[in-house]
Design a protein. Structure first.
Length: 228
């Protein structure tokens, strides 16, 4: 799963992804973003990439249950093309979710505690995750919502059995292309690969979204017995 991310300056992501910044964007960096909170994402709009704000948790336009978004912050690549919640967005409304990094927790043998780790790109550039987006409106309530795709764990994810899908620069254009609706072609972009991510243990404070600040991503000594 992927349920906690860090996102900093929109200009950094816009430059990296060659995107325009939504003029209505009012963003404050956060190092501890969880489901239902605002997240940044890049979609294609009128032939241009635009960096905008979304609520993290997909809510299809046909849904009459806004609370269901809280359960749809991830979409599994194994079922995204067929599950009603995600199927139309997978076909037409794909998203790039640029992050400084993301967190994952590992069980510690003999302990009830879990050690959090922060995953970043080895080359220091933003991690670009594969996402989907939807637009939902009921009366005065208008929302752009998003989800992050997850796959089985690859070589760069030794602490969990799943991970978010990381897209490489040469894959961004195809992922965003609204005319590309071939599920087999799209799924070739969603396989985990190795040699992209590195990770380090971080403070237990990240376990609560009430805690925020750059100190959350700093390396600390892992709990004894935690995976390397």
């Amino acid at each position: 799963m992927c349920g906690r991310i860090a996102q900093s300056e929109p200009s950094r992501y816009a430059q990296r992804l060659k995107a325009l910044v939504d003029p209505e964007l009012d963003w404050h960096p956060s190092w501890n973003i969880g489901p239902t909170a605002p997240v940044l994402g890049v979609r294609e709009r009128h032939g241009e990439r635009v960096l905008s704000e979304f609520l993290w948790g997909l809510l299809p336009g046909w849904s009459d249950d806004p609370k269901s978004a809280a359960r749809a912050f991830n979409a599994r690549v194994e079922s995204v093309a067929t599950k009603p919640m995600f199927r139309r967005a997978f076909e037409r409304r794909r998203l790039l979710v640029p992050v400084d990094g993301f967190y994952e927790w590992a069980a510690v043998p003999g302990s009830s505690r879990k050690q959090p780790y922060f995953f970043v790109r080895a080359d220091g550039s933003p991690v670009v995750l594969a996402g989907l987006w939807e637009y939902w409106a009921r009366g005065e309530d208008h929302r752009r919502t998003a989800t992050v795709l997850t796959s089985k764990a690859g070589p760069d994810m030794p602490v969990h059995d799943r991970q978010p899908v990381v897209l490489e620069p040469e894959e961004w254009e195809r992922w965003l292309d609204p005319e590309l609706d071939d599920g087999e072609v799209l799924r070739t972009l969603l396989e985990p690969r190795g040699g992209v991510l590195v990770h380090h243990p971080v403070t237990m404070d990240v376990g609560s979204v009430q805690n925020d600040g750059p100190y959350l991503v700093e390396a600390v000594e892992a709990v004894p017995g935690a995976p390397a």
